[in-house]
Design a protein around this ligand. Structure first.
Ligand code: PLP
Length: 408
């Protein structure tokens, strides 16, 4: 009898995006002429930068030639990419190239990392949160069942709302693993070094490890906002960082990311001895992963070429201008808006006493715009709504016009 992993049965069946699709489909059937603009899912819309495309073409040609063909590469990534990452993204941060593990994206890594942690850990997440952190812990058996509000037993939920200006407070009790994501999905908000320092100090004091998701780091525009947890003193003893080429270089479909695991980071065995997290992750990747394809890594490395950097800066600026237009449009209607300055997401307070889904229906019905109900990211997201700036300029401008027409 093939037994399954029963923990999967605890998962709330992918509720958010299927439910959005269901409501949009029902609306389109009833209103076939409606011109829907989708601002829900956080996927990029602009094509790969030219510098990256031409580097990939060259790499494909290398693979077509016996003299330059490459088979299996290092599971941890090619040195040319690991070195480029360190030189460009971690200069002065005391990170070595062999602490970079190149992968097929940060969603995969943020889930896979649980392979190397035990099952008795107390885990803290923010609420609202990127759902992958929660669901991967459910799958790993690190939680109990979900209650009516969707909260899983065994997780510590830290609310981030306008009351605390979206700054997660360190818990008053000890936890072992902490997920932090800045710039944040879904709220689009960021925190200063002082906040991250509190978390690093807390992790040190409690022998905890911070899993820091910096997938949106490239959108940080303000100089005083940290892009990496490793800008914080002491983080090398308590943190792992996830990064991605998805949102800056348009790799959502191309797939490349990386995880930074300092060699100074230690975990604890069940018998109480300290052991290297870097060695465990290296072992895990060498066993379960065979590296990212050579043309993709060449493309990722081209993100750091002078042309690549310039073209990526233009992409980021394009999406942030979209976010700025959305923010300005919503603010002109008197709505309370957060995020969208150092992130591609605008997080708004639903008007009046509308629930997140209530506003979703209202927006869809009146403006044919589709966003994401904040409650889908956690119960503390109720009463909020996420709009994504990943869209064409024409769609964003049209969206703002419609908002003004219907909500003015
Ligand atoms: N982390 C966060 C917070 C995200 O929002 C996303 C994608 O939406 C990812 C990670 C996934 O990134 P990748 O495409 O590298 O898997």
């Amino acid at each position: 009898m093939a037994q399954i992993n029963d923990h999967f049965l605890k998962l709330k069946a992918g509720y958010l995006f299927p439910e959005i699709a269901r409501r949009v489909n029902a609306f389109t059937e009833a209103n076939p002429d409606a011109k829907i603009i989708k601002m829900g899912i956080g996927d990029v819309t602009e094509p790969l930068p030219e510098a990256i495309v031409s580097a990939m073409h060259g790499a494909v040609d290398e693979m077509a030639n016996r003299d330059t063909f490459r088979g299996y590469g290092p599971e941890q990534g090619y040195d040319f990419l690991r070195n480029a990452i360190v030189e460009n993204n971690y200069a002065g941060m005391n990170i070595d190239a062999d602490e970079i593990f190149v992968s097929d994206g940060s969603k995969c890594d943020s889930g896979n990392i649980l392979d190397i942690f035990g099952h008795g850990n107390k885990i803290a997440i923010t609420d609202p949160v990127y759902p992958v952190y929660v669901d991967t812990n459910v799958m790993a058996g690190n939680t109990g069942q979900a209650d009516e509000s969707g909260k899983y037993g065994g997780l510590l939920y830290i609310p981030v709302t306008e009351e605390n200006e979206f700054v997660p407070a360190v818990p008053s009790e000890p936890v072992d693993l902490i997920y932090l994501c800045f710039p944040n999905n879904p709220t689009g908000t960021v925190v200063g070094k002082n906040v991250l320092k509190k978390w690093v100090d807390y992790a040190k004091a409690n022998d905890a490890i911070i899993l820091f998701d910096a997938a949106y780091e490239a959108f940080v525009t303000q100089d005083d906002i940290p892009r990496s947890i490793f800008e914080i003193e002491g983080a090398h003893q308590v943190a792992i960082e996830f990064r991605s080429f998805s949102k800056n270089a348009g790799f959502t479909g191309t797939r490349c990311g990386y995880t930074v695991v300092p060699k100074t980071l230690m975990g604890t065995t069940s018998s109480g001895e300290k052991t290297s997290i870097h060695s465990l992750w290296n072992r895990r990747q060498s066993t379960k992963f065979n590296g990212v394809s050579y043309p993709i890594q060449v493309g990722a490395a081209a993100a750091f070429s002078p042309d690549g950097k310039k073209q990526i800066a233009e992409l980021i600026s394009f999406y942030l201008t979209n976010a700025g237009l959305l923010r300005a449009g919503l603010e002109s209607l008197g709505m309370k808006v957060y995020g969208g300055i150092n992130a591609p997401y605008v997080w708004l307070k639903t008007p009046g006493s509308l629930s997140s889904w209530g506003f979703f229906d209202d927006l869809l019905g009146k403006t044919n715009l589709v966003g994401t109900p904040g409650s889908g990211f956690g119960s503390a997201g109720e009463g909020y709504f996420r709009l994504s700036a990943f869209n064409s300029r024409a769609n964003i401008e049209e969206a703002v016009e419609r908002l003004k027409k219907f909500f003015a």
